[in-house]
Design a protein around this ligand. Structure first.
Ligand SMILES: [Zn+2]
Ligand SMILES: [Zn+2]
Length: 113
């Protein structure tokens, strides 16, 4: 599961993770990938990411970041800065604990096409 630890790997679905592992020559059944990810999530090493499309996605647990998603090819990247901490959106008196932000648009490849 070192695959998920890569900082460049963002918010993979179980299907994508399973495919990526088999491309690397790892022979694992879908259900064993599922169990491994659930185990890592319980240990706090993997975080579940909700990009609002109803699919469970996973990535290495780490510092907070938000996500960009390409509407055309589905590419996902991290936003370089969290817009909520740069410019807090809450009215006076609110203490913010958690948020998950997904910005959608077109990636450079799709925007050129
Ligand atoms: Zn991410
Ligand atoms: Zn794209």
């Amino acid at each position: 599961m070192t695959l998920l630890a890569g900082r460049r790997v963002h918010a993979l679905t179980l299907t994508e993770l399973h495919e990526a592992l088999s491309r690397r020559g790892v022979r694992a059944s879908f259900s064993s990938v599922f169990r491994a990810v659930e185990h890592l999530e319980r240990e706090g090493r993997v975080a579940r990411v909700d990009l609002g499309d109803g699919r469970s996605r996973f990535e290495a647990a780490g510092p907070h970041h938000d996500h960009l998603r390409c509407e055309s090819c589905g590419r996902i990247e991290a936003l370089p800065r969290c817009p909520v901490t740069v410019d807090p959106p809450a009215p006076r008196g609110w203490y913010l604990h958690r948020h998950a932000l997904v910005v959608s648009g077109l990636c450079p490849g799709c925007a050129r096409g």
